[in-house]
Ligand binder design. Structure first.
Ligand code: ADP
Ligand code: MG
Length: 253
């Protein structure tokens, strides 16, 4: 793979919590315009890997680079500014605020790093830009009709998509999604997958942690498999599906 295409490079990342090695010399990359899935049984180190990438945790050793620049010590706001935006494992919307208001919080993070209350100190031109950006992203994900509904009144599938709209407001090149399909109905998963493909085809990359194998196998361009903190396989869905090591890790035989 050409160096110029590498957005994110994780190199021999290791994270130790006391006696537990949560992530053990894991290396992989994410290139431009691809969907990569990070899978593995519970406790494999997926969330820890996400937290290393997003600056929530710093690695015990190894390195994380964004566009060739080491970001090991960068705080989360810095990582966001470099073009990496995320959603969380559990929905983090404010249920009694509208879709628009929830997304506007994300729009505010673009180019700013202060608390949400500093939104009140924006001048009118900035505020107008921010609100326009929020509306644009809601339209982009297909939720224009729900823009002024309370977030809590939407289906879980729609709420996940609102979270994605919020993450898109910072104009990311790479979107990190933590279990985006969890708890969704079949139709909602299909809608989510279609949106993620559309974003990829528009030039964005996606790195997702996901337990739903059907969803991952249909969507991912490439899959990285972790088990007990170690990368045990990497490849296309077709090769991962039939990899004996992967089958063993999942079935525990
Ligand atoms: P996954 O997301 O794949 O289920 P995690 O990254 O959450 O796995 O956890 C990997 C391992 O690291 C597990 O054994 C977990 O108990 C341990 N671990 C994760 N976070 C911490 C922490 N903050 N302190 C101690 N151990 C942790
Ligand atoms: Mg996890």
């Amino acid at each position: 793979p050409g160096q110029g295409n590498v957005l994110l490079q994780v190199e021999k990342a290791r994270k130790q919590f006391g006696g537990v090695i949560a992530v053990n010399n894991v290396s992989f990359d994410v290139q431009a315009r691809e969907i990569v899935a990070l899978i593995g049984p519970n406790g494999a180190g997926k969330s820890t890997t996400f937290n290393l990438i997003t600056g929530v945790l710093s690695a015990t050793s190894g390195s994380i680079s964004v566009l060739g620049r080491k970001v090991d010590k960068a705080p989360p706001q810095e990582i966001v500014k470099l073009g990496i935006s995320r959603t969380f494992q559990h929905v983090k919307l404010v249920p009694d605020m509208t879709v628009f208001e929830n997304v506007a919080i994300g729009a505010h993070l673009r180019g700013h790093s202060g608390p949400v209350s500093s939104m009140l100190r924006l001048d009118r031109a900035d505020e107008a830009k921010l609100l326009a950006e929020a509306a644009r992203q809601i339209e982009r994900v297909g939720l224009a009709d729900q823009m002024h509904q309370l977030a809590g009144s939407l289906s879980l599938g729609q709420q996940r998509i609102v979270e994605i709209a919020r993450a898109l407001c910072v104009d990311p090149m790479l979107l990190l999604l933590d279990e985006p399909a969890a708890g969704l109905r079949h139709m909602e998963k299909q809608r989510l997958a279609a949106l993620l493909r559309e974003l990829r085809d528009g030039g964005m990359s996606v790195l997702l942690v996901e337990h739903d194998m059907g969803f991952v196998m249909n969507l991912a361009d490439r899959i990285v498999v972790l088990d007990f903190g170690t990368k045990i396989a990497e490849g296309t869905p077709a090769t991962i599906k039939t990899n004996p090591e992967v089958i063993k890790a999942y079935l525990g035989v």
